[in-house]
Ligand binder design. Structure first.
Ligand code: AHR
Length: 496
């Protein structure tokens, strides 16, 4: 049996948690849109053709922001193909995913869908094949009330009121050789800056996200981030980060993904702060982790020139759910600088939600840790000192065996404590020391664990990997001893 102590200090507030840290992403990729969120012939479809069974499931995750329309898809996408009468919209080749795009779901449909799921849109403009002028026309179409060519066209297309999207991404992963219209940091920096100026001239209230490195492994990392920020520091509000993890034979390394993500965030923060100093600027650049998840890229299963083929439909298991829990802790623990995060993605393509065409909806294992943290991890986030054993990993050296997150809702006087135990062979007794938080009552304890790390949910057995109620200790006190079985994920909730 291992022993550990976590000291949670009331005086160590990291930040108020920006709700947008619980964002997600819908790309025109595989079946995310078509037969995912949009399937007019489905029994549950509403008047817009949106699957209401999916709407209800998405609502459970309480995502306040959804990025759209891509992703790699974005860099070959002409938004004008997706407006006006659906029967007149062109079918195009989507070079990114080698699929057919019939454009029946465009910006207006996306807006209507965000209303249906009670979220907001984070819109990305094409800086691959697209131009700054086209980006300007899109924001005019979306955010100007009326009286101009593009805003009047939106009104004519059935939307009297502007969509009023407030967060805009300047392209997607423009450093990647896989990107349609890849650019050098110099070229992208200039194009993003000029596009950003247009977007803010059309609507000064929008916030802009600049493409950072699409991964720590890129040969241009972190030089890319420094150069593009150098070009755009005054114009943009966020630098983006994308990070995916997959299990590759080493469980220790995979479970330590939370540690790697933290390192990535720290490097980008330092890089942004270097540019801040160089520019003698008072502005602190915030971070947008607008793609993160577990993703088994080797199982992509690309099929050429089909409409909505089933690609990247990862089936997540218990191990993946544990990793997602750890990653969520890292994200929220960095809430002082990371203000937006998007679980990539939301439906079917590398997603916690799976649908069958003409069929049902399934919640993968990763649905549950996301739902728990999104539901109970709001308010303020606190730093804690963790005294625990280290695990020796191949990739990252020694990393703490426990990763945790403490959030506090001061209106409710309720504290949520999330913890991942990455110990493989021993259970851990963890002492939670609330210090200046004072006496609390434990009101809930949910745990995700199991004997089979490869267990997954399916339509036949949809509840194989779900949270179950754990031991709830009695008493009103400032210190609790909790048992964390090996390889387990927990949420404990306490009330003042
Ligand atoms: O989310 C899947 C893909 O991952 C996105 O299209 C791209 O931005 C990233 O490489």
């Amino acid at each position: 049996m291992k022993k550990a102590t976590c000291y949670i200090n009331r005086h160590q507030k990291i930040a108020d948690i920006d709700d947008r840290l619980y964002g997600s992403f819908i790309e025109h990729m595989g079946r995310a849109v078509y037969t995912g969120i949009y399937e007019p012939d489905h029994a549950s479809a509403d008047d817009h053709g949106f699957r209401t069974d999916v709407i209800d499931t998405v609502k459970e995750l309480k995502v306040p922001l959804v990025r759209d329309p891509g992703g790699n898809f974005l860099s070959g996408y002409n938004w004008k193909d997706g407006i006006g009468p659906q029967s007149e919209r062109p079918t195009r080749l989507d070079l990114a995913w080698q699929s057919l795009e019939d454009n029946s779901f465009g910006i207006d449909e996306f807006y209507d869908w965000t209303k249906a799921v009670e979220t907001t849109g984070m819109i990305a403009v094409n800086l691959g094949t697209g131009t700054p002028a086209e980006a300007g026309q899109l924001i005019e179409y979306c955010n100007i009330k009326k009286g101009t060519y593009w805003s009047d066209l939106r009104v004519k297309n059935g939307h009297e009121e502007p969509h009023d999207f407030k967060v805009w991404c300047l392209g997607n992963e423009m450093d990647g050789p896989w990107q349609i219209g890849q650019l050098s940091a110099e070229d992208y920096g200039k194009k993003a800056r000029e596009t950003g100026k247009i977007l803010k001239w059309v609507d000064p209230d929008v916030e802009l996200v600049l493409c950072g490195s699409s991964g720590k492994e890129m040969s241009t990392f972190p030089e890319w981030d420094m150069t593009v920020l150098d070009h755009c520091y005054n114009e943009v509000d966020y630098i983006s980060l994308h990070r995916y993890y997959e299990y590759n034979d080493s469980l220790k390394d995979f479970l330590a993904s939370y540690y790697d993500l933290d390192e990535f965030i720290q490097i980008i923060k330092s890089t942004a702060d270097y540019v801040k100093a160089k520019h003698r600027s008072d502005k602190v650049m915030m971070l947008s982790l607008d793609e993160w998840n577990v993703w088994y890229m080797k199982d992509m299963n690309l099929k050429r020139w089909q409409q909505a083929p089933a690609i990247a439909e990862d089936v997540y298991n218990l191990m993946d759910a544990l990793v997602v829990g750890g990653l969520l802790c890292t994200i929220i623990n960095n809430a002082d600088r990371v203000k937006i995060a998007c679980l990539a993605q939301l439906v079917n393509a590398l997603s916690p939600i799976h649908t069958e065409p003409n069929g049902g909806v399934l919640r993968h294992s990763t649905f549950y840790p996301f739902k728990q943290v999104s539901t109970y991890g709001r308010g303020e986030v606190y730093r804690s000192i963790m005294d625990c054993d280290a695990i020796v990993t191949e990739k990252f050296g020694s990393v703490p065996s426990l990763q945790s997150l403490t959030t506090y809702d001061s209106n409710e006087g309720s504290l949520s404590y999330f913890v991942l135990n990455t110990e493989e062979s021993d259970d851990t007794v963890l002492t939670l020391d609330f210090q200046e938080f004072g006496n609390m009552k434990m009101i809930d304890h949910q745990v995700i664990m199991g004997d089979d790390l490869y267990a997954f949910n399916s339509f036949e057995t949809p509840l194989k990997v779900v949270p179950v109620t754990g031991h709830i200790e009695d008493g009103v006190k400032s210190s609790f001893e909790v048992m964390l079985p090996k390889l387990s994920w927990h949420i404990f909730r306490f009330q003042k």
